[in-house]
Ligand binder design. Structure first.
Ligand code: PNS
Length: 183
């Protein structure tokens, strides 16, 4: 048996598979609601990855403004023209969701130093749970460095304008939901 040939053939098959392998990442979050900062990170991620799975956390302990279904739908609608984006909800461990979707990369946005400690802890815990999963941090445009879903909800509740901070459909949904809670 010629081992050299076998090794060469196996290496070629592996290289071929790697070259043709879809580069896939998971972008997890609460997205309650999605903001232009999140959209910016997704668009940046698409420059690196062939496919991004936006993973919306379904957390029975948290009381979100929008239901999981509403959050998924909003993201789906925003990226309806972008076939490389998939939106799913998940519960349980993020590392399990990533593995079940045959991915190994998690994308997280880093806005400011204040995000660092939480992200650092989460990354290292995820690494402890599954050393094969890597977290990639991306910085959004500076104009979104102050932006958060919580602030967006507060501004909306107090009647402030959200132009340039959230997609138009999210702004409409926020207005409706705030009217709903005031009824
Ligand atoms: O948008 P958020 O709220 O900062 O996203 C946080 C999220 C969803 C990434 C995080 O809470 C998460 O991964 N939850 C799933 C539960 C889990 O895996 N916990 C252990 C990781 S430290």
């Amino acid at each position: 048996m010629n081992f050299d040939n076998t090794i060469n053939t196996s290496t070629s098959i592996i290289s071929y598979a790697l070259c043709n392998m879809e580069r896939k990442a998971v972008y997890p979050g609460s997205f309650d609601p999605i903001t232009n900062g999140h959209v910016d990170i997704i668009e940046r991620g698409l420059k690196i990855f062939d496919r991004i799975i936006v993973a919306v956390l379904e957390n029975p302990k948290k009381q979100p403004l929008f239901s999981t279904k509403e959050r998924v739908r909003m993201i789906h609608d925003i990226f309806s023209d972008q076939k490389r984006i998939e939106v799913q909800s998940f519960d349980g461990l993020l590392v399990d969701f990533v593995r079940e979707n045959n991915a190994t990369i998690v994308i997280r946005g880093l806005r400011a130093i204040s995000d660092f400690e939480y992200e650092f802890q989460m990354t290292l815990m995820n690494r402890k749970l599954n050393p094969d999963i890597e977290t990639l941090f991306m910085m959004p445009n500076i104009s979104y460095s102050f932006l958060s879903s919580n602030l967006v909800k507060e501004v909306s509740m107090l009647g402030g304008r959200l132009t340039d901070l959230v997609p138009a459909e999210v702004e409409k949904k926020l207005k409706k939901s705030i009217q709903r809670t005031h009824l």
